[in-house]
Design a protein. Structure first.
Length: 120
């Protein structure tokens, strides 16, 4: 079976990059490789360490089928009393949120600049 026919059967949201939420704050990158590496070779893991990204990570697999397998098996997996939320990373959703936030900020700036506001 050639690779193109194999990938045609996957849902469109499936990709090599997983977004993991609800991680214990103290989890190390090495522990992440230990848990997620059981499902196949990993290209990269980025564990969030800023105040707004703690408890999250990106896991990038070499192969899309390994990512799919990991997503299916690690969803709800318990690590140190926390149940993992494993999603496929979707760039367009993140970009939409960032664009919306930027537009809202620009609107606030324009309102302040021109004295238009939500005054009662």
């Amino acid at each position: 079976m050639n690779p193109s026919s194999r990938s045609a059967r996957l849902p469109p949201e499936v990709n090599r990059v997983l977004f993991v939420r609800n991680l214990p704050f103290k989890i190390t990158t090495e522990e992440m490789y230990e848990v997620f590496g059981k499902y196949g070779p990993i290209r990269q893991i980025r564990v969030g360490n800023a105040a707004d990204t703690r408890g999250t990570a990106f896991v990038v697999y070499e192969d899309i089928y390994d990512a799919k397998n990991a997503c299916e098996h690690l969803q709800g997996f318990n690590i140190l009393g926390r149940y993992l939320i494993v999603l496929y990373y979707q760039q367009n959703k993140v970009t939409k949120k960032m664009n919306l936030a930027k537009k809202e900020e620009e609107l606030r700036d324009l309102k302040m600049r021109y004295g238009v506001g939500d005054e009662d």
